[in-house]
Write a protein that binds this ligand. Sequence first.
Ligand code: SF4
Ligand code: MG
Length: 293
Amino acid sequence: MVTTLEPMTYNFEPVNLTPNDYKSDLKPIWCPGCGDFGVLASFYKAVSELHIPNEQLVVVSGIGCSSRFPAFVNAYGFHGTHGRALPLATGVKMAHPELKVVTVGGDGDAFSIGMGHIPHAIRRNVDITYIVMDNEIYGLTKGQASPTSPMGMERKASPYGTVEKPINPLMLVLATGATWVARGFSSKPKELTELIKQAMEHKGFSFLQVYSPCTTFYDTYDHFKHVTKPLPAEHNSRDRMDAMKYAMDEENLYLGLYYQEERPTYDEAYAAKRAANAKQDYGIKEIMGKYMR
Ligand code: SF4
Ligand code: MG
């Protein structure tokens, strides 16, 4: 039974469900204490508070510990190939623009093999949400340095310490034109739930980096508790340069909404082009005929 609901631009009949209604029959097999549990719990809460019907929700992932996420959600899901979550999610959204599409994955999947897809999803402004669970390590393959690992990380695969500077995910997406950018922490469930809700309500490509520590290979809970803090109240989330200023701070890792703007989405722009050129739409016969004259 639907009762009073918060305002939101629904293109579906909203439902009143509890977070438990979004749990699948599969129990997460993450290690005890893994930050991904916190992200999943906040996600269940967020989608229940957004009143999204299970059958209107799609969760798409690549490969990695966090990419197991779709299996634990009672919704449509696609556990894809390594680094290819964004093209898959874009395809889902283009084929079914009425669905809420969320892409999830880790820092290795997103910023290594999948890196090339991020700027293109951003410039298209595909109406999907991308949640990156960043633990600054490859967890599934047993603890190699990832693109966000700090310089000098010593591991079995880098016994003398890494020499690469880590990438800055927020600077990457701000510089390439993302229309919604935020950072959360798995140990701040209330704030994280709010960020996931806002990300999913945003019309366009929303990017949410979430610190989600790996208790087995790189336990950063204490570190993040010390260095994270909320974005200052005076921060103007409509000012991209201001957002970049805070994103560049390497000592204070700010949590919250960095940036937001509205611009046409890929699916809208594509539909508009098709409508404007409807008269010139040819069937396959006409197209072949045109070139075989
Ligand atoms: Fe989580 Fe790390 Fe275990 Fe993977 S290896 S499930 S990231 S704690
Ligand atoms: Mg990782």
